[in-house]
Ligand binder design. Structure first.
Ligand SMILES: NC(=O)c1ccc[n+]([C@@H]2O[C@H](COP(=O)([O-])OP(=O)(O)OC[C@H]3O[C@@H](n4cnc5c(N)ncnc54)[C@H](O)[C@@H]3O)[C@@H](O)[C@H]2O)c1
Length: 294
Protein backbone atom coordinates (compact mmCIF):
# COMPACT_ATOMS: atom_id res chain seq x y z
CA UNK A 1 0.00 0.00 0.00
CA UNK A 2 1.27 3.45 -0.86
CA UNK A 3 0.26 6.98 0.07
CA UNK A 4 -1.11 7.51 -3.46
CA UNK A 5 -3.39 4.45 -3.45
CA UNK A 6 -6.67 5.06 -5.33
CA UNK A 7 -5.30 8.28 -6.82
CA UNK A 8 -4.78 9.06 -10.49
CA UNK A 9 -1.87 10.87 -12.13
CA UNK A 10 -1.33 12.13 -15.66
CA UNK A 11 2.32 12.64 -16.64
CA UNK A 12 2.99 14.40 -19.93
CA UNK A 13 6.29 13.54 -21.60
CA UNK A 14 6.22 10.39 -19.47
CA UNK A 15 7.70 8.15 -22.15
CA UNK A 16 11.30 9.17 -21.55
CA UNK A 17 13.62 11.02 -19.21
CA UNK A 18 12.28 12.67 -16.09
CA UNK A 19 8.64 12.02 -16.94
CA UNK A 20 9.28 8.28 -17.14
CA UNK A 21 11.08 8.23 -13.78
CA UNK A 22 8.30 10.28 -12.18
CA UNK A 23 5.54 8.09 -13.67
CA UNK A 24 7.21 4.93 -12.35
CA UNK A 25 7.68 6.49 -8.90
CA UNK A 26 4.05 7.64 -8.62
CA UNK A 27 2.86 4.18 -9.72
CA UNK A 28 5.11 2.57 -7.09
CA UNK A 29 3.33 4.74 -4.48
CA UNK A 30 0.01 3.23 -5.59
CA UNK A 31 -1.27 5.76 -8.12
CA UNK A 32 -2.80 4.74 -11.43
CA UNK A 33 -0.76 6.66 -13.97
CA UNK A 34 -1.65 7.85 -17.47
CA UNK A 35 1.45 8.52 -19.54
CA UNK A 36 1.26 10.81 -22.51
CA UNK A 37 4.14 11.00 -24.98
CA UNK A 38 4.29 11.43 -28.76
CA UNK A 39 7.67 9.74 -29.18
CA UNK A 40 8.10 6.45 -31.09
CA UNK A 41 11.49 4.84 -31.69
CA UNK A 42 12.76 3.75 -35.13
CA UNK A 43 10.94 0.43 -34.77
CA UNK A 44 7.69 2.32 -34.12
CA UNK A 45 7.55 1.42 -30.42
CA UNK A 46 5.68 4.05 -28.42
CA UNK A 47 7.63 5.48 -25.47
CA UNK A 48 4.38 5.78 -23.48
CA UNK A 49 3.66 2.07 -24.10
CA UNK A 50 7.14 1.19 -22.86
CA UNK A 51 6.64 3.15 -19.62
CA UNK A 52 3.27 1.48 -19.04
CA UNK A 53 4.87 -1.93 -19.56
CA UNK A 54 7.50 -1.09 -16.95
CA UNK A 55 4.79 0.04 -14.51
CA UNK A 56 2.78 -3.14 -15.06
CA UNK A 57 5.86 -5.35 -14.65
CA UNK A 58 6.26 -3.78 -11.20
CA UNK A 59 2.62 -4.56 -10.34
CA UNK A 60 1.24 -1.07 -11.02
CA UNK A 61 -1.48 0.30 -13.29
CA UNK A 62 -0.88 2.54 -16.29
CA UNK A 63 -2.49 3.93 -19.42
CA UNK A 64 -0.49 4.85 -22.53
CA UNK A 65 -1.51 7.91 -24.56
CA UNK A 66 0.17 9.59 -27.50
CA UNK A 67 -1.59 12.95 -27.73
CA UNK A 68 0.17 16.14 -28.79
CA UNK A 69 0.01 18.46 -25.75
CA UNK A 70 0.24 21.56 -27.94
CA UNK A 71 -3.20 21.13 -29.50
CA UNK A 72 -6.59 21.74 -27.90
CA UNK A 73 -7.84 18.40 -29.20
CA UNK A 74 -4.76 16.53 -27.97
CA UNK A 75 -4.85 18.04 -24.47
CA UNK A 76 -8.59 17.44 -24.16
CA UNK A 77 -8.31 13.85 -25.40
CA UNK A 78 -5.45 13.07 -22.98
CA UNK A 79 -7.39 14.31 -19.94
CA UNK A 80 -10.67 12.74 -21.04
CA UNK A 81 -9.06 9.35 -21.69
CA UNK A 82 -7.48 9.44 -18.22
CA UNK A 83 -10.74 10.30 -16.47
CA UNK A 84 -12.67 7.80 -18.53
CA UNK A 85 -10.26 4.99 -17.67
CA UNK A 86 -9.62 5.77 -14.00
CA UNK A 87 -12.65 7.86 -12.97
CA UNK A 88 -10.80 10.92 -11.64
CA UNK A 89 -7.65 13.02 -11.93
CA UNK A 90 -5.60 13.93 -8.87
CA UNK A 91 -2.12 14.78 -10.17
CA UNK A 92 -0.87 16.48 -13.31
CA UNK A 93 2.89 16.47 -13.93
CA UNK A 94 3.98 18.43 -16.99
CA UNK A 95 7.25 16.97 -18.32
CA UNK A 96 6.64 17.23 -22.09
CA UNK A 97 9.43 19.44 -23.33
CA UNK A 98 12.14 20.16 -25.86
CA UNK A 99 14.78 22.78 -26.56
CA UNK A 100 16.63 24.44 -29.42
CA UNK A 101 20.37 24.71 -29.73
CA UNK A 102 20.61 27.94 -31.74
CA UNK A 103 21.29 31.42 -30.46
CA UNK A 104 18.32 33.78 -30.49
CA UNK A 105 19.20 35.64 -33.68
CA UNK A 106 19.76 32.32 -35.49
CA UNK A 107 16.26 30.98 -34.75
CA UNK A 108 13.48 31.35 -37.22
CA UNK A 109 9.91 32.18 -36.30
CA UNK A 110 8.80 28.55 -36.53
CA UNK A 111 11.46 27.44 -34.01
CA UNK A 112 10.46 30.18 -31.57
CA UNK A 113 6.74 29.40 -31.97
CA UNK A 114 7.33 25.67 -31.56
CA UNK A 115 9.19 26.14 -28.27
CA UNK A 116 6.60 28.54 -26.86
CA UNK A 117 3.83 26.24 -27.99
CA UNK A 118 5.29 23.13 -26.37
CA UNK A 119 6.21 24.70 -23.05
CA UNK A 120 3.71 27.52 -22.53
CA UNK A 121 0.67 26.41 -24.52
CA UNK A 122 1.34 22.80 -23.47
CA UNK A 123 1.20 23.82 -19.79
CA UNK A 124 -1.82 26.08 -20.35
CA UNK A 125 -3.90 23.52 -22.24
CA UNK A 126 -3.18 20.61 -19.90
CA UNK A 127 -4.13 22.75 -16.88
CA UNK A 128 -7.19 24.12 -18.65
CA UNK A 129 -8.46 20.62 -19.39
CA UNK A 130 -7.52 19.09 -16.01
CA UNK A 131 -8.73 21.88 -13.71
CA UNK A 132 -12.49 21.40 -14.17
CA UNK A 133 -12.06 17.82 -12.88
CA UNK A 134 -9.86 18.91 -9.97
CA UNK A 135 -12.17 21.80 -9.06
CA UNK A 136 -15.13 19.43 -9.01
CA UNK A 137 -13.18 17.20 -6.58
CA UNK A 138 -11.89 20.17 -4.51
CA UNK A 139 -8.44 18.62 -4.70
CA UNK A 140 -5.52 18.26 -7.05
CA UNK A 141 -1.77 18.59 -7.43
CA UNK A 142 -0.14 20.22 -10.43
CA UNK A 143 3.62 20.10 -10.92
CA UNK A 144 4.89 22.38 -13.67
CA UNK A 145 8.42 21.96 -15.01
CA UNK A 146 10.65 25.00 -15.30
CA UNK A 147 14.41 25.34 -15.53
CA UNK A 148 17.18 27.26 -13.85
CA UNK A 149 17.76 28.58 -17.36
CA UNK A 150 14.83 30.91 -16.65
CA UNK A 151 17.00 33.03 -14.39
CA UNK A 152 20.46 31.59 -13.84
CA UNK A 153 22.27 31.51 -17.18
CA UNK A 154 24.62 34.42 -16.66
CA UNK A 155 26.09 33.52 -13.27
CA UNK A 156 26.09 29.81 -14.10
CA UNK A 157 27.93 30.25 -17.35
CA UNK A 158 30.45 32.69 -15.89
CA UNK A 159 31.46 30.10 -13.29
CA UNK A 160 32.79 27.63 -15.84
CA UNK A 161 35.48 28.11 -18.48
CA UNK A 162 34.16 29.42 -21.79
CA UNK A 163 34.81 26.21 -23.75
CA UNK A 164 32.99 24.07 -21.15
CA UNK A 165 29.85 26.20 -20.97
CA UNK A 166 26.56 24.63 -21.84
CA UNK A 167 25.03 26.31 -24.88
CA UNK A 168 22.22 28.43 -23.50
CA UNK A 169 19.02 29.03 -25.42
CA UNK A 170 17.40 32.39 -24.79
CA UNK A 171 14.15 31.14 -26.32
CA UNK A 172 14.08 28.10 -23.99
CA UNK A 173 14.78 30.36 -21.01
CA UNK A 174 11.95 32.67 -22.07
CA UNK A 175 9.51 29.76 -22.24
CA UNK A 176 10.64 28.42 -18.85
CA UNK A 177 10.40 31.87 -17.26
CA UNK A 178 6.81 31.99 -18.51
CA UNK A 179 6.13 28.71 -16.73
CA UNK A 180 7.44 30.19 -13.45
CA UNK A 181 5.08 33.14 -13.80
CA UNK A 182 2.19 30.90 -14.68
CA UNK A 183 2.87 28.64 -11.69
CA UNK A 184 2.97 31.33 -9.03
CA UNK A 185 -0.07 33.22 -10.30
CA UNK A 186 -2.10 30.06 -10.94
CA UNK A 187 -1.39 29.04 -7.34
CA UNK A 188 -2.97 32.33 -6.23
CA UNK A 189 -5.95 31.81 -8.55
CA UNK A 190 -6.44 28.41 -6.91
CA UNK A 191 -5.99 29.49 -3.27
CA UNK A 192 -8.45 27.65 -1.02
CA UNK A 193 -9.62 25.23 -3.72
CA UNK A 194 -7.60 22.30 -2.40
CA UNK A 195 -5.49 22.37 -5.58
CA UNK A 196 -1.78 23.12 -5.33
CA UNK A 197 0.57 24.21 -8.13
CA UNK A 198 4.33 24.05 -7.72
CA UNK A 199 7.23 24.26 -10.15
CA UNK A 200 10.03 21.72 -10.41
CA UNK A 201 13.40 22.82 -11.75
CA UNK A 202 15.33 19.62 -12.46
CA UNK A 203 18.87 18.85 -13.52
CA UNK A 204 19.59 15.35 -14.82
CA UNK A 205 21.18 13.63 -17.75
CA UNK A 206 18.49 12.66 -20.29
CA UNK A 207 18.29 12.32 -24.06
CA UNK A 208 17.23 15.99 -24.13
CA UNK A 209 20.25 17.14 -22.11
CA UNK A 210 22.76 14.28 -22.46
CA UNK A 211 25.74 16.53 -21.79
CA UNK A 212 24.40 18.03 -18.61
CA UNK A 213 27.27 18.49 -16.19
CA UNK A 214 27.05 19.14 -12.48
CA UNK A 215 27.21 22.92 -12.22
CA UNK A 216 27.70 25.17 -9.24
CA UNK A 217 24.84 27.62 -9.37
CA UNK A 218 24.07 30.52 -7.05
CA UNK A 219 26.97 29.59 -4.78
CA UNK A 220 25.60 26.06 -4.22
CA UNK A 221 28.05 23.21 -4.95
CA UNK A 222 26.85 20.89 -7.71
CA UNK A 223 25.36 17.51 -6.94
CA UNK A 224 27.53 14.60 -8.09
CA UNK A 225 24.63 12.53 -9.51
CA UNK A 226 22.67 13.29 -12.67
CA UNK A 227 20.38 10.25 -12.50
CA UNK A 228 16.82 11.20 -13.57
CA UNK A 229 15.47 8.83 -10.89
CA UNK A 230 16.84 11.23 -8.27
CA UNK A 231 14.25 13.83 -9.27
CA UNK A 232 11.12 11.74 -8.68
CA UNK A 233 10.99 11.84 -4.84
CA UNK A 234 10.50 15.62 -4.89
CA UNK A 235 7.45 15.13 -7.11
CA UNK A 236 6.19 12.25 -4.93
CA UNK A 237 6.43 14.61 -1.97
CA UNK A 238 4.58 17.40 -3.80
CA UNK A 239 1.81 14.93 -4.70
CA UNK A 240 1.61 13.44 -1.22
CA UNK A 241 -0.33 14.29 1.94
CA UNK A 242 2.47 16.31 3.57
CA UNK A 243 2.48 18.90 0.76
CA UNK A 244 -1.25 19.72 0.88
CA UNK A 245 -0.56 23.31 1.95
CA UNK A 246 2.45 24.01 -0.26
CA UNK A 247 1.58 25.97 -3.38
CA UNK A 248 3.18 28.53 -5.66
CA UNK A 249 6.68 27.44 -4.71
CA UNK A 250 9.71 26.59 -6.83
CA UNK A 251 11.83 23.50 -6.12
CA UNK A 252 15.17 22.56 -7.65
CA UNK A 253 16.08 18.85 -7.61
CA UNK A 254 19.25 17.13 -8.80
CA UNK A 255 21.02 14.12 -7.33
CA UNK A 256 20.83 14.47 -3.55
CA UNK A 257 20.16 18.22 -3.74
CA UNK A 258 16.77 19.81 -3.27
CA UNK A 259 16.43 23.58 -3.08
CA UNK A 260 13.23 25.31 -2.02
CA UNK A 261 13.56 28.80 -3.42
CA UNK A 262 12.49 31.77 -1.33
CA UNK A 263 9.61 34.04 -2.08
CA UNK A 264 10.36 35.52 -5.49
CA UNK A 265 9.53 39.06 -4.31
CA UNK A 266 11.75 38.75 -1.26
CA UNK A 267 14.76 41.03 -1.61
CA UNK A 268 17.19 38.64 0.10
CA UNK A 269 20.15 38.30 -2.21
CA UNK A 270 19.04 41.34 -4.19
CA UNK A 271 20.27 44.93 -3.94
CA UNK A 272 17.90 47.85 -3.54
CA UNK A 273 18.71 51.54 -3.51
CA UNK A 274 16.23 54.26 -2.58
CA UNK A 275 16.25 58.06 -2.49
CA UNK A 276 13.58 60.67 -1.92
CA UNK A 277 12.70 61.69 -5.46
CA UNK A 278 13.93 60.59 -8.86
CA UNK A 279 17.41 59.28 -9.60
CA UNK A 280 19.37 60.75 -12.47
CA UNK A 281 21.20 58.49 -14.90
CA UNK A 282 24.49 60.02 -13.75
CA UNK A 283 23.73 59.19 -10.13
CA UNK A 284 22.74 55.65 -11.07
CA UNK A 285 25.99 55.21 -12.98
CA UNK A 286 27.85 56.05 -9.77
CA UNK A 287 25.84 53.65 -7.62
CA UNK A 288 24.68 50.73 -9.77
CA UNK A 289 28.01 49.92 -11.41
CA UNK A 290 29.65 49.04 -8.06
CA UNK A 291 26.46 47.23 -6.94
CA UNK A 292 26.65 45.02 -10.06
CA UNK A 293 30.24 44.21 -9.13
CA UNK A 294 31.89 46.41 -11.77
N1 LIG B 1 17.02 17.11 -18.02
C1 LIG B 1 17.30 18.27 -17.44
O1 LIG B 1 18.40 18.49 -16.86
C2 LIG B 1 16.30 19.36 -17.43
C3 LIG B 1 16.66 20.61 -16.88
C4 LIG B 1 15.74 21.63 -16.83
C5 LIG B 1 14.45 21.41 -17.32
N2 LIG B 1 14.12 20.21 -17.87
C6 LIG B 1 12.76 20.05 -18.38
O2 LIG B 1 12.22 18.83 -17.92
C7 LIG B 1 11.26 18.34 -18.87
C8 LIG B 1 11.60 16.89 -19.22
O3 LIG B 1 12.88 16.90 -19.81
P1 LIG B 1 13.75 15.57 -20.06
O4 LIG B 1 15.13 15.99 -19.85
O5 LIG B 1 13.16 14.44 -19.33
O6 LIG B 1 13.52 15.40 -21.63
P2 LIG B 1 13.10 14.11 -22.52
O7 LIG B 1 13.28 14.53 -23.93
O8 LIG B 1 13.83 12.90 -22.05
O9 LIG B 1 11.55 13.93 -22.22
C9 LIG B 1 10.60 14.84 -22.74
C10 LIG B 1 9.50 14.02 -23.41
O10 LIG B 1 8.48 14.94 -23.86
C11 LIG B 1 7.92 14.35 -25.03
N3 LIG B 1 7.21 15.36 -25.84
C12 LIG B 1 7.78 16.34 -26.59
N4 LIG B 1 6.84 17.04 -27.25
C13 LIG B 1 5.64 16.48 -26.90
C14 LIG B 1 4.30 16.78 -27.25
N5 LIG B 1 4.02 17.79 -28.10
N6 LIG B 1 3.30 16.05 -26.70
C15 LIG B 1 3.61 15.03 -25.86
N7 LIG B 1 4.87 14.69 -25.50
C16 LIG B 1 5.87 15.42 -26.01
C17 LIG B 1 9.14 13.81 -25.77
O11 LIG B 1 8.77 12.82 -26.73
C18 LIG B 1 9.99 13.24 -24.64
O12 LIG B 1 9.82 11.86 -24.47
C19 LIG B 1 11.33 19.30 -20.06
O13 LIG B 1 10.34 20.30 -19.94
C20 LIG B 1 12.68 19.95 -19.90
O14 LIG B 1 12.74 21.22 -20.50
C21 LIG B 1 15.01 19.18 -17.95
Amino acid sequence: MGFLDNQVALVTGGGRGLGRSIALALAARGASVAIDDVYRDEAGVSAADATVRAIEESGGTGLALSEDVTTVDGAAAMVEATVQKFGRLDMLVLCAGNTTRGRLHELDEAQWDSLMSLHLKGHFLACKMALPHMLAQNSGRIVTVGSRGAFFQVPANKQVPRDERQPPSAAYSAAKAGILGMTTTLAVELWETGITVNCLMPSASTQLFPDTKPRMVGGVPASNSLDPDDIAPTVEFLCGPDAADISGRIFFASGGDVILYGNQLDLAGSRMIRKDGRWTADELSQVLGPLAGL
